[in-house]
Write a protein that binds this ligand. Sequence first.
Ligand code: GTP
Ligand code: SPV
Ligand code: MN
Length: 627
Amino acid sequence: MALAETFRSRTGPAHRRVTEFGQAPAPEPGLSDLHAWVDAIATLTQPDRIHWVDGSAAENDALLRQMVDDGTLIKLNPEWRPGSYLARSHPGDVARTEGRTFIASERQEDAGPTNNWADPAEMRDTMTEIFAGSMRGRTMYVVPFSMGAVGGPLSHIGVQITDSPYAVASIGIMTRVGADVTRKIAEGEPWVKTVHSVGAPLEPGQEDVAWPCNDEKYIVHFPDTLEVWSYGSGYGGNAILAKKCFALRIASVIGRDEGWLAEHMLLIRVIDPEGNRYHIAAAFPSACGKTNLAMLRPTIPGWRVETLGDDIAWLRPGEDGRLWAINPEAGFFGVAPGTGESTNVTAVETLWGNTIFTNVALRPDGDVWWEGLTDDAPAHLTDWQGNPWTPDMDRPAAHPNSRFTVSAGQCPQIAPDWDAPEGVPLDAILFGGRRATNVPLVVEATDWTHGVFMGSNISSERTAAAEGTVGELRRDPFAMLPFCGYNMADYFGHWLSVGQKLRFDRAPRIFQVNWFRRGDDGRFLWPGFGDNVRVIEWIARRLRGTVGAVDTPIGRVPEISELNLDGVDVAQDDLEEIFAVDPETWKVEADLTEQFYATFDGRVPAPLQAELAALRYRLAEAARSSS
Ligand code: GTP
Ligand code: SPV
Ligand code: MN
């Protein structure tokens, strides 16, 4: 007997009761797969109730009210933060769990050495086992969602089943949820199945906790059948399955097969004083500045940035030979600490209300606070775990990976057409990371292949966005290390092949940036944030062909005198250090690249191996001419 049947016979059919809102859609023929799948998951997980989410405001209000009553959310003082809530997670459920994230592809080599592979048949049995009865005592929500405007040419739809009302409210902000998606399913549009349980069934009479979760966690992707199963965590990227699990890991596989790219990128439109528009996408690892660049307030007068997206972009070659991009999300799930008036005033304004905060500190007046929101901490706070906190304590009041969840439409500089189904044509792509040494402020790639080589070499110091040692340097190619749903070497090859579909004079130009270089004394050498527009300005002039560049072994950098530094104070010594390219330390980088490429057993595309050889040659030449 198959495992699923075993559980069915052991537990009996699910007890159904539909709540006030969550009526199931009428059983029309186009929805029979959906109904059958929901039935099967309910039979397996044994929820007390099934609620079909319609995405209405009334439903959302009821859900939020219920979560306040249950103690999952704290309602913030509406005088300061209308329509806003604070969630405090379990202390062990605060970030993505990369060690518990699996790619269950038929063939292990399709997952590659950078992913945790699992045998799909075995993993399916494991999922059947742990999900059996996992929703007992809880409501099972069925959430139809669209990534990208519903019906758009680059959009994709899916359904998430979850027993977490917090996840439902978050999905409602981060995606487009509602009956129009169910309509698309009924019309026969393909959709992705995603299943989520916090893994904390309730026995009759057992009291619930504010943040149910399970010590045992599984974030599992089945790329061959386009499914996600997530167990044990209520945290963002582990629980909002439309985001990292679907829009990156599963979508990267769909993109590989269909000729497009699913990327961990922000998306902006930059407008110069003459009104010229530039569309830029940028891939930085988690907690390395995407939201900040997406909401940049330029410090050069006359320049403007319009926000299109802050975390994920889907890129597709157009018939015009350009690379078109959409932001498939509908909200921001952003890092709170470091977000303040002096760093990201746009985010601060975006968060005026209608926001769900997770793991930030609570002020006595019922508003929120986190490190970096203001220069000085309030005298008394309740910290992210609910304990009294004063500034003399040597632990932060907000968790370093505390987050806000808010609709994109609330951003004061959101592009008026951010929702346009066809997206925008890209002019430039930036790759970046958090590098205290070696990597200059900006380097331009000589062509697409060199740019792909750059992307494949991104490394970054680890942040609090995932479990692991903060500060440790690791390779994070294209900022996709935790998010690529297939073999990373094949993904490099896919980037090369997408480049071949673009007209060479219309392909976006590729740059590497690093806002995080530090001096010997440990301070950041570059002011960053709004001043990053000075780098964007140079990039824009490069795109127009109105400024030259200096060749270095690793690519083209600005002549320091060509950088617009009016109104900002950066010492000449610091500038020189920001752009320094030391052939000796870069030889070490090249060695690391070689070691990294070697982990792929000969699968790294030959053009990238050739780029590595060419880099070594240029470094040797530079070392010879300087000695
Ligand atoms: P994810 O949501 O995890 O993908 O993160 P993200 O890439 O959107 O990072 P985010 O913009 O939230 O920034 C993370 C941290 O980096 C925040 O604490 C920021 O204050 C800090 N940061 C962002 N931009 C800069 C910069 O230009 N310079 C410096 N020094 N810090 C920055
Ligand atoms: C990231 O870690 O890159 C995030 C947050 O954007 S999460 O959605 O949790 O992945
Ligand atoms: Mn991210």
